[in-house]
Design a protein around this ligand. Structure first.
Ligand SMILES: [Mn+2]
Length: 288
């Protein structure tokens, strides 16, 4: 039997079937893991995932962006690589924010930066105002000061970062300039790359998510993926749309602060079909 090269972690039934992709039913984990959880709960999720991850799937689909912190768990299987790896994230948000209640979809980049085998993290395509002065205090500054985490933004004002010392993060007028700048920079990198794609980086002209979205076009993303391909060890994809009502009032409150809006059932079906097309093309690009 052929080994599946792609794996769907099916927390929320948002990822439609993909060619050659195995799927693990994880709905019972939804309430615990979605939006945020303790690092212990996330490590515990590693137990049911272990047999599937042992087969080294090249691409893992996580469902809603509310599960982006699962990337931290997926990264851990590379702790025995001979060389440190570089994490490349496409996301409309920095995901390097302070979060006092454990690990969540907006703070997992900080947790990833603490892993000893992660050499550096580039987050590309940010247009969220999370990175600007008014919300500066919410970002983990240590990573920005050291350059271990770098933001690659479009149209954002980053001058406040001067006060951190050397500024490693950059903002560009257009995605094309950003990708050219990153291409120039990453020429000097030799480390293997783990790629994490949150489709909220994409323009609403290409796909709909229920987070605020970026301005990158899908063809631009495909071009960037192709450039990273020779160094790629594995990837994950998130950013689907799904409906969920938390049993926990506390989670309802916290996720409400982020101003996510719920689509209608008709929109939901149409949007998920859009995501399937994007996923098929991403899968083909990542496997080819
Ligand atoms: Mn994200």
């Amino acid at each position: 039997m052929a080994q599946p090269d792609a794996l769907i972690l099916d927390f929320d039934h948002s990822v439609l079937p993909l060619p050659g992709a195995a799927s693990i039913e994880l709905a019972p984990w939804q309430e615990t893991i979605r939006f945020g959880c303790s690092p212990r709960a996330l490590r515990k999720l590693g137990e049911p995932l272990a047999p599937a991850l042992a087969r080294s799937p090249r691409v893992v689909f996580l469902g809603s962006g509310d599960y982006h912190h699962v990337t931290w768990l997926l990264l851990q299987r590379f702790c025995h690589l001979e060389r440190p790896l570089r994490l490349v994230v496409f996301d409309n948000h920095p995901d390097n924010m302070r979060y006092p209640f454990g690990i969540h979809c907006g703070s997992w980049v900080w947790w990833a930066s603490r892993l000893p085998f992660v050499a550096g993290i580039d987050v590309l395509g940010i247009t969220s105002r999370d990175v600007e002065r008014a919300r500066a205090w919410e970002n983990h500054w240590g990573n920005l000061r050291s350059g271990k985490v770098r933001y690659w933004c479009v149209g954002r004002e980053l001058s406040w970062m001067r006060y951190l010392g050397r500024q490693h993060s950059r903002s560009f007028a257009t995605v094309a300039e950003l990708l050219a700048g990153y291409g120039e920079e990453s020429k000097h990198y030799a480390e293997p790359v783990y790629l994490s794609i949150d489709k909220d980086v994409l323009s609403p002209a290409d796909v709909q998510t229920n987070w605020d979205q970026g301005v990158m076009r899908f063809d631009e993303l495909l071009g960037a993926v192709a450039a990273l391909k020779p160094r790629l060890v594995a990837a994950d994809v998130t950013g689907e749309v799904s409906l969920y009502r938390y049993q926990s009032r506390f989670k309802r409150f916290l996720s409400g602060l982020d101003g996510q809006h719920a689509p209608s059932p008709q929109d939901l079906a149409q949007w998920q079909a859009q995501h399937q097309t994007i996923n098929q093309r991403l899968l083909a690009a990542l496997m080819a």
